[in-house]
Design a protein around this ligand. Sequence first.
Ligand SMILES: Nc1ncnc2c1ncn2[C@@H]1O[C@H](COP(=O)(O)OP(=O)(O)OP(=O)(O)O)[C@@H](O)[C@H]1O
Ligand SMILES: [Mg+2]
Length: 465
Amino acid sequence: MKPEPRSLPRSSLAGRSILIIDDSEAVRTAFEVLLSLHGAQVVSAASPAAGLAALARDSVDLVIQDMNFRREATSGTEGVALFHDIRASYPQLPIILLTAWTHLETAVELVRAGAADYVAKPWDDARLLTSVRNLLDLRSARAEAEELRGGRRAKRAALATRFDLRGIVYESEAMHILVAMATQVAHADVPVLITGPNGAGKEVLADIVQVNSARADRPYFKVNLGALPNELIEAELFGTEAGAFTGARARAGRFEAADGGTLFLDELGTLAGSGQAKLLRVLQTGEFERLGSNVTRRARVRVIAATNTDLRQGIRAGTFREDLFYRLNVIELEVPPLAERREDILPLARHFLEDGFKLSAAAAEALARYPWPGNVRELQNTIRRACLLSAERTIEAAALNLPVSAAATSAQPELDRVTVEQALERARGVIAHAARDLGLSRQALYRRMQKLGLKSDAPRPPSGA
Ligand SMILES: Nc1ncnc2c1ncn2[C@@H]1O[C@H](COP(=O)(O)OP(=O)(O)OP(=O)(O)O)[C@@H](O)[C@H]1O
Ligand SMILES: [Mg+2]
């Protein structure tokens, strides 16, 4: 055994229970000394049967197991059987395989089958401790995440029983807060401004506000201010008197039609000066005139406005009225881009899949990594197209047809904590798996985890990258 570097903190092993299954007393003793020195509680078993009995009896956080249990055995088949027995009953338990360097292939195969890691005999203490720590940290992180997710699910379920959430799909805390806010402000009869990039879900949020308001059963109209030329927008909003312009008929505008109800004004940032002035007036006084008429009419309409442009910037540039802005943004709901709430990607993707379709692991990985500049709408289109074009019921990564360069370039700098944790989770803590998924070497992933504080500042595993 090499002396252990002093820089290793002891915390992550403290109080954790580790089971050693090895027929050699010398090996068991060596592990007992090393691991208990770092605060772990070590349980030893000399045979597979004794190991399984210990697992049934004690609560164990991690297993280190040998591959051969008789002096004359070298095939490793006993170890393979033991591994599968443990996996069958404890699917989440991290298992480190101790293997002769001549049998690395079997170990690697088992790692593929879900073993957490392997260590070649004679082992290097620092390397082994690094692996143990990583796996224990990951186990705690996963347990915490699971608890958190359970808590969030409960909160979401509670929200969904009290309000109509219009089938909105999300997993992230950011969206939960936003949706909860939308339901809260719904019954306050004030304007709401919804901001966020294209396709992020602004309209879905507007629908949630409307359907949970006291005006839910009253008229609800949507006007896309960006889709019409300016003259027509005013006619659309406020109506026209016959002859107001060539060919104009007498016609009520949306404010009249929505009286007592709600108007969703999409792409507010494109509204020109005179339209802005009229909108401000109707918001302040409820009054307006049809184009070409001097009869003042009144309507009591709740306005929900949406924009993907920065209105504050418009105010500074003199293109958007500050007084109108403050009228409308009594309540501002800011929808974050999908890239800032990556937890939502896969739940949304699965939601958009046609019945009977599913995603391959690699496809899920590619979706989770892609930057989604077009947000939820782009994701929706991608999934729909893949379902349409895929000959198979399992959508493969290639069928998604994601721009390769964007995905690839974003992968490196965007290996944030969530991405790494998710990859580790999908790989059930199998470092080699997660590394392959992320397109990294095992060493590179260890380094990444270290940077993200997913483990101690332990030395890197030897060899390779
Ligand atoms: N959280 C979500 N759950 C389910 N579907 C969603 C969600 N967010 C967005 N969508 C769907 O994605 C598409 C785009 O959403 P939406 O139209 O609300 O975006 P937007 O922000 O208004 O976009 P734009 O700025 O382009 O108008 C819609 O089909 C919508 O139903
Ligand atoms: Mg929209």
